[in-house]
Design a binder for this molecule. Sequence first.
Ligand SMILES: C[S@@+](CC[C@H](N)C(=O)[O-])C[C@H]1O[C@@H](n2cnc3c(N)ncnc32)[C@H](O)[C@@H]1O
Length: 238
Amino acid sequence: MNLKILGGDLQIESEQFRHLNNYCTSQGLFLTMEWKNGQYWLHSDDPKERPISVDIDRDLQRHELYFKSASILREVPAKAIGVKGGVRPKILDLTGGLLGDSLLFLSYGCEVLALERNPIIAFLIKSALKNASHPLLQKFSFIESEAFTFLETLPNVDIIYFDPMFEDVNEKSLPKKEMRIFRSFVGSDKDAKKVIVEAKKLTPKRLVVKRPRLSATLMDPVDVIFEGKATRYDVYLP
Ligand SMILES: C[S@@+](CC[C@H](N)C(=O)[O-])C[C@H]1O[C@@H](n2cnc3c(N)ncnc32)[C@H](O)[C@@H]1O
């Protein structure tokens, strides 16, 4: 077996376990999931790295506290997705990952539908959602899906948001520790350009692509650029 489960209710006879274990086998991965604090955590094969999970309530509470004294309207990601005055766009986040961006958008007051195609990450998200109860989650939905196929039946959204792990040859900085575990089994999203071309065709109000600040654009021309310290948001208008 390529997937080891420590505790929790995921039974090795279940369809869900087979799905995850088959994925690990097909990718040559040996992973361990541990049940802790009411949800599953993923261990890296490097014992020095801490296990990862999505801590939804904690992250939403942290954002809530922060925005008690800081203006949402000044945030670079908020500007990039078009949050202003009373406007709170409806977001389709094609690349849920560990939900960092989705939860941030939720805390701005946006409605968010997030996708994730990697079965292990999708499992961590679903496990975290079962354990979460923050009221903002009423505006959140999650679907385990590949973005490219999902875009064929695009729901009614204002913004398509895309944050692939697409590395460019000039990128020198090492990603955060958490991202290293992530990258070790999610890999690099080599099909990102194909997805962005498809998303651009459908762009309702804008398509927002998150990139490391100094990296190359995934598609040209970009209509508007919003730059943060380490991150850039390339905005494509219809
Ligand atoms: C850089 S991470 C996203 C991080 C996320 N924005 C966050 O703040 O936590 C990229 C994630 O998108 C997923 N992904 C990449 N391309 C995808 C696609 N075409 N369809 C669905 N998920 C995709 C990857 O599996 C990975 O989990």
